[in-house]
Write a protein that binds this ligand. Sequence first.
Ligand SMILES: NC(=O)c1ccc[n+]([C@@H]2O[C@H](COP(=O)([O-])OP(=O)(O)OC[C@H]3O[C@@H](n4cnc5c(N)ncnc54)[C@H](OP(=O)(O)O)[C@@H]3O)[C@@H](O)[C@H]2O)c1
Length: 281
Amino acid sequence: MFKNQKYNYAVFGNPVNHSKSPNIHSYFAKQTDILHIYKSVHVPLNNFYFILRDFFQNQGQGANITAPFKQEAFFFADKLTDRAKISQSVNTLKKIDNKYILGDNTDGIGLFSDLKRLNFIKCNDLVLILGAGGGAKGILFPLLSFGCSVFILNRTVSKSQQLISHFSQFGKISMFEKCLLKEKKFNLVINATSQYDKNMIDLSLFSQSTCFYDMNYQKNNTYFLDACIASGMTNVSNGIGMLIFQAAHSFFLWHNVFPNTDDIINTFQKTCLVHQNDVIK
Ligand SMILES: NC(=O)c1ccc[n+]([C@@H]2O[C@H](COP(=O)([O-])OP(=O)(O)OC[C@H]3O[C@@H](n4cnc5c(N)ncnc54)[C@H](OP(=O)(O)O)[C@@H]3O)[C@@H](O)[C@H]2O)c1
């Protein structure tokens, strides 16, 4: 399948047409003068292993993996970085010395880099995460190791319990209870659900100084950010910065060069979103 293809980097997913990774990586390649041809590849649901093996046996040097294959990529990799081991999922693969495939996870460090850029996080902050899927799993380690106390709220309680028991060795993590809203002042709320349900939590109960980050992004404001703004919250951001930073950390793993992210974040915010600035203050 990949024998006569000219590209050596690609994002693999299903669906994958919506992916902005080819645009982001072409931009990074141009900016850094690194020859790197990046495409998107739609993978039939039962074919992940075969397609990835074929890619790396031919000219494939590096891959990004998106839904629903991050777990399969974790098992596909021959070796794993610590953050991939801890998050138990892989979004970046790299061929090393023509011998083995290294798996990494740059989602968590990507989110963390964006929270720092936005000034949305300090150590010892109280952070509420909505959701307990693969995305939540990927972001917990950097938050816990930074010293934040993390609370989880998810539609399926058993999934929150699984996350808490796996990650409690890395820091302070517990189940969110509604009574905590009266006792504690949350600094940051992260929406890590794929479909925010407004009945999950009453956003108007948070303080106006709380920051709200949606890992999702779309052309208009996301449903979650609309709900935050309707509840009077002003420190809000979509997940465009996370998307750019996770790509930048993948690029760094592949080429050992960290690209400049400022311009592309600004461009994406202007072209992809209604609001010109992601932080409305
Ligand atoms: N910006 C970025 O770079 C970036 C990176 C990674 C992910 N993301 C985004 O983050 C989101 C989550 O990704 P993921 O990989 O964690 O997905 P996932 O593994 O499929 O998990 C989905 C999560 O959303 C919850 N959920 C889904 N439908 C719901 C509903 N109707 N009501 C309440 N909760 C609902 C699920 O709850 P249950 O456990 O109860 O099913 C689960 O917690 C996705 O939209 C993805 O695009 C963005």
